[in-house]
Design a protein around this ligand. Structure first.
Ligand code: ES4
Ligand code: ZN
Length: 330
């Protein structure tokens, strides 16, 4: 259709993507087989059947099980490379992706194995696909701050390969305030800070992410519209929100796509951006997220382009590089 062609034609930046959430069942079965791991699901189709979630936790339970088949550097390389070739076909030209070291190190997979596989795939994509990238290490918020500190320490030999830190996993009951010290330490080591906030959690968690953690972007942040003072602050300080519409529908953060706050946010001048979160689990990559959002909210071409421009603005690219990409959107 015309809308699909317009979306394909827009160069895009992905700023909210969990590499472990891009693990397609086909690749999962292939890697499980070569690692001699027997999955609890008899077939790719029966695994896909299980992808019905009532909330964030039900998804996370399956996401952590899937990640268990990743053991070797080649596995992390293949996971990352599959994602990058997929989004290359969707005209994504810049990515800032998350990985969850603790999901692997807690199973005995060394930090070095995880990051080397990911790094090699990102470098290959930069050279061969001309996709620029940043890498963000996420702390699992259902674990302790002490555990996050251990992860920070493990990351230090690879500091040059990592640009930022994030905060993900089970939000309710695990407020940003739990991680104030490790975020401060991460900042002092030179990492740029982001955090998931206001996906399932209350508006107060978005305030905490801003004031206590001092993040430069909010991942999700859907619920900010409940708080006028918060909206004012996000607009004044130009704090981007990395929205993930298909994720929000899949996890019941919203009832239906028509209820998504993206358009409202654009209209009031927030830096709202669209991303895919965990595309293998939520039914779509960047183009599908743009398409379903545009269709449900009746976005016009200029609003679609604004979303793409916002993502370049919200990225960690240099001013000069941002301008180059933005010129191609227009
Ligand atoms: C996540 Cl959608 C979402 N929310 C929080 N943490 C996550 N990790 C992977 N996907
Ligand atoms: Zn996320």
């Amino acid at each position: 259709t015309e809308l699909k062609k317009v979306i394909q034609g827009i160069p895009k930046a992905e700023l909210h993507l969990h590499l472990e959430g891009s693990f397609e069942p086909e690749l999962m079965f292939k890697i499980a087989k070569r690692n001699k791991i027997v999955l609890d699901y008899a077939s790719i189709d029966s695994l896909k059947e299980a992808y019905k979630f009532n909330n964030l936790q039900e998804f996370l339970d399956l996401y952590y099980i899937g990640a268990q088949v990743l053991l070797h550097e080649q596995d992390f390389f293949d996971l990352t490379w599959a994602y990058l070739t997929k989004v290359h076909s969707q005209n994504v030209v810049h990515v800032e992706v998350f990985f969850d070291p603790q999901t692997h190190t807690d199973r005995g997979v060394p930090f070095d194995v995880v990051i080397t596989g990911i790094h090699k795939a990102l470098e290959k994509a930069e050279h061969e696909l001309h996709i620029s990238y940043r890498l963000i290490m996420s702390y699992l918020r259902h674990l302790s701050e002490e555990a996050a500190f251990k992860t920070l320490e493990s990351s230090l030999p690879y500091k040059d390969w990592i640009d930022g830190v994030g905060l993900d996993s089970s939000e309710l009951g695990n407020p940003p305030s739990k991680f104030v010290n490790v975020f401060k330490a991460s900042y002092n080591y030179g990492y740029t800070l982001v955090a998931h906030a206001g996906e399932e959690g209350p508006v107060d968690y978005i305030w905490q992410a801003l004031e206590l953690l001092q993040v430069v972007r909010i991942d999700h942040g859907n619920r900010c519209l409940e708080d006028e003072a918060l909206v004012k602050r996000l607009i004044e300080e130009k704090i981007p929100l990395t929205l993930c519409p298909l994720s929000n529908v899949a996890l019941n953060v919203i009832q239906k796509m028509e209820d998504h706050p993206a358009l409202k946010m654009l209209e009031i001048g927030m830096i709202a951006t669209i991303h895919s979160d965990d595309p293998a689990y939520f039914g779509g990559y960047m183009n599908e997220n743009y398409y379903e959002t545009a269709k449900a909210l009746h976005l016009n071409n200029s609003q679609l382009k604004q979303l793409a421009i916002n993502a370049f603005e919200a990225s960690w690219l240099t001013r000069e590089t941002k301008e180059k990409h933005i010129a191609h959107v227009k």
